[in-house]
Design a protein around this ligand. Structure first.
Ligand SMILES: NC(=O)c1ccc[n+]([C@@H]2O[C@H](COP(=O)([O-])OP(=O)(O)OC[C@H]3O[C@@H](n4cnc5c(N)ncnc54)[C@H](O)[C@@H]3O)[C@@H](O)[C@H]2O)c1
Length: 365
């Protein structure tokens, strides 16, 4: 396999590329839509309407930067096929999902239908389209069988997942592997010319996330109202990373799949530096330093459903073969969140500050 050592998002590569993106109305999907459009990519989005008010999609004006937006359900195979056929994409990035652990305990059927059958539907549509050269399926660090050990998980370790969300993402990984072996294999590459990969990232933080039940949105909400942030597991360690980190990994991976082909068609970890897998309380303390006086946290004493205590990704494969490395420390990530939030609260131009942060990220070496 050729080593694809650029490690950087290549603006010239993306200019004019037709990209089909699921989940464009979400937090990560909104940021990647803006990034892709700023490089001249022609993005068609497919997702449900945003489910929070406010939301990144509206606040950053994503509808105005992408070529087409389909507000539709990934569980509807016919709608998805129609939208994807019309877009005639060269590259597909699949992010649409029910992404919340605690919600998945209450709604397991919806979680599996969206995350597992949604992935089957997506790959089934890709299978019927000759235009697609590269597909990236986005899953999560939680797809691994969690052994609660101190080492990072490698891409060849077994899939698992304790709760319905994590497990549905492990299943989405297995679905992706089965489609790759059955329809997009190495042996048949000269015929199908399509490279399919999956990407596993850590706990993503950044400006513009208003999801329920996530640390940064909960913290910002609490600090603005003057109430203490209530934390469930202050000592739980997570691989924290700014949203632009995994997004750059997905983009670099798509470039390699498109330009180099089948040798890159496998699973990839895009996690933070080792030193940024830190306990929840450290992240909150960093945010408190950048927040108005009076911001504080306390521990939730009530009984909680199971959540992994420790989770880390080994990213040496992405480093060695893609030349991809995390760029921003946790401190830089938190500073960018604080700047974004300050602009939002002062009714600033959210598209402009988001683009400025994307540019600053690209300029970091
Ligand atoms: N945010 C994180 O910390 C994190 C970490 C690891 C992996 N991920 C993964 O990244 C992806 C994006 O996550 P996010 O944080 O942006 O989540 P989000 O909730 O902000 O966005 C989810 C997107 O999926 C769409 N969606 C959900 N159900 C759908 C359906 N039935 N049909 C069509 N679209 C549907 C939503 O409309 C939205 O656009 C997900 O696959 C998630 O599992 C997120």
């Amino acid at each position: 396999m050729t080593l694809f050592k650029t490690g950087e998002v290549d603006r010239a590569f993306w200019s004019g590329k037709r990209v089909f993106l699921t989940g464009h109305t979400g937090f990560k999907g909104g940021w990647i839509s803006l990034w892709l459009s700023s490089m001249g990519a022609r993005v068609t989005g497919y997702a449900l309407a945003p489910n929070t008010t406010p939301n990144f999609y509206e606040v950053a004006g994503i509808d105005g930067v992408i070529e087409e937006s389909h507000i539709s359900d990934i569980r509807n195979l016919d709608h998805l096929r129609e939208a994807m056929t019309a877009a005639n994409p060269e590259i597909v990035i699949h992010m649409a999902a029910q992404p919340l652990v605690r919600y998945s305990y209450i709604n397991p059927v919806e979680t599996y239908a969206t995350n597992v059958m949604g992935t089957v539907h997506l790959l089934e549509c890709v299978r019927g389209l000759e235009s697609v050269r590269a597909t990236v399926v986005v899953t999560t660090d939680k797809c691994y069988e969690n052994k609660e050990w101190v080492w990072g998980y490698r891409e060849n370790e077994p899939m698992g997942g304790y709760d319905p969300y994590s497990n549905s993402k492990g299943c989405a990984e297995l679905v992706t592997a089965a489609y790759r072996q059955s329809y997009f294999s190495d042996a048949l590459y000269p015929k199908h010319q399509h490279a399919l990969a999956s990407a596993r990232a850590g706990n993503v933080i950044g400006g513009g996330d208003w999801s329920e039940d996530r640390l940064i949105p909960d913290a910002l909400k609490a600090f603005e109202s003057g109430a203490p942030l209530v934390i469930r597991n202050p000592l739980a360690t997570r691989p924290w990373q700014h949203v632009l980190e995994p997004l750059s990994g997905y983009l670099v991976l798509a470039q390699a799949l498109y330009q180099e082909g089948i040798g890159f068609a496998s699973a990839w970890n895009f996690g933070p530096r080792d030193e940024d897998a830190r306990p929840v309380k450290e992240v909150v303390n960093l945010l408190i330093e950048k927040s108005p006086p009076g911001a504080k946290w306390e521990q939730d004493q009530s009984e909680q459903p199971h959540e992994a205590r420790s989770l880390k990704l080994d990213c040496s494969k992405a480093d060695l073969l893609l030349g991809w490395k995390p760029k921003w420390s946790l401190e830089t990530a938190v500073q960018n969140i604080a700047d974004w939030q300050k602009t939002f609260l002062s009714k600033g131009d959210m598209k402009a500050i988001s683009l400025k942060q994307i540019e600053a990220y690209q300029a970091t070496h």
